[in-house]
Design a binder for this molecule. Structure first.
Ligand code: 6MZ
Length: 343
């Protein structure tokens, strides 16, 4: 499969953490301005192959958060990330990010969210050919009161942004905290009309996954350890299949974080072969030095997918997006216009 074909194929990105998607160029721009020493540390981390465990990756987020500690930086990251996805022929993007208060710079959770919304709006004004939606992330380390604040903010900004904020993500180091404690507020978020894209079973956690699955999230991030062969259970697999809950699958991320031993063993194959809705995603394109086109190419080469399979895989993601029917129809016609001469 040629990378070029994957680049030309229009794509949907459904699982991209803002601060993990930051490119080297943006890091350089922001870190050099702030503190050249920090830039040295970040460059070492970013050299391909350096991020090689889940733990290592979460250390990198701590470094990145040191440069994204003010609204100007958040705006720049969001603006650059949207342009980078657009240059990779991503036509629809759902960004997710955890709002932070940083008293020393005057950044509040509200101004954090507004900086991202302004970047989305400015890209739209430039007529960039990409629709961008935004999910507010709850870090699983947080307690119920922080999670409630995030859900309140999501509800408020969903209204104020005219539907750009669409829902809630649950993420954070999967080896820390217990998502069961957050179930009541996640349930409430769903009741309030927010969409739920939740990280689940990134590492083995049968009881926690069972509890969270009872909410019937709109999408699952990773789902690496749902299957009994990966430390999950048949019950988990059956629930996901029965409710056809789409999976956001991030091949390079799982291999680097060592939650999947080798890309050949990636659970994409199991779910894809069942005809289950699967979206190929990048997770953190900056941290993992990848792009959505490269992830499609990797899936094609590993699992023997044809050009038609790739196009269909990408097309089917349209039905998994958190946007209104008119956006879906618009995207489908864009895909169909390429299909006629590409396949
Ligand atoms: C779980 C992840 C993640 O929110 O500051 N994040 N959570 N598993 C992963 N797999 C590798 N990758 C990223 O972006 C960075 C944050 O996204 C979450 C973590 O909470 C990380 O701190 P934002 O924009």
């Amino acid at each position: 499969m040629s990378l070029d074909f994957c680049k030309r194929t229009p794509k949907v990105e459904l699982h991209a953490h803002l601060n993990g998607s930051i490119s080297r160029e943006t890091i350089e721009k922001l870190a050099m301005k702030k503190n050249p020493e920090l830039y040295k540390d970040l460059r070492i981390c970013f050299d391909k192959g350096k991020a090689e465990t889940l733990d290592n990756v979460f250390q990198m987020f701590k470094l990145i958060h040191q440069i994204s500690d003010n609204t100007e930086a958040i705006y720049t990251i969001a603006y650059d990330v949207i342009h980078e996805f657009s240059a990779d022929n991503v036509k629809y993007l759902e960004l997710r990010s955890t709002p932070r208060d940083v008293p020393s710079s005057g950044m509040t959770k509200s101004s954090y969210i507004e900086a991202i919304l302004k970047a989305i709006e400015d890209c739209h004004k430039e007529n960039l050919d990409i629709v961008v939606k935004f999910l507010l992330a709850i870090d699983r380390r947080n307690d119920l009161s922080v999670a409630k604040e995030t859900v309140d903010l999501a509800e408020r900004y969903s209204r104020l942004s005219g539907g750009t904020v669409v829902g809630i993500d649950l993420s954070g180091d999967p080896t820390v905290g217990d998502a069961c404690t957050l179930v009541p507020i996640l349930r409430d978020a769903k009741f309030r009309g927010l969409k739920l894209a939740l990280h689940l079973a990134e590492v083995p956690a049968v009881e926690e996954t069972e509890e969270v699955l009872k909410i019937l999230p709109d999408r699952i991030g990773h789902g690496t350890c749902l299957h009994p062969n990966a430390g999950g259970s048949q019950g988990l697999v059956d629930t996901v299949l029965q409710h056809r809950i789409p999976l956001e699958l991030c091949l390079t991320s799982n291999v680097i974080c060592q939650t999947v031993a080798h890309v050949d063993n990636h659970h994409f194959k199991y779910w894809y072969d069942q005809g289950h809705p699967c979206a190929i995603c990048t997770d953190d394109k900056g941290v993992f030095s990848t792009s959505l086109s490269e992830e499609y190419c990797l899936a094609a080469e590993t699992f023997g997918l044809t050009r038609k399979d790739i196009w269909t895989l990408s097309y089917n993601c349209i039905d998994m997006i958190f946007a209104e029917e008119a956006v879906k129809q618009d995207l489908k016609s864009k895909w169909n216009s390429v299909k006629s001469y590409e396949l």
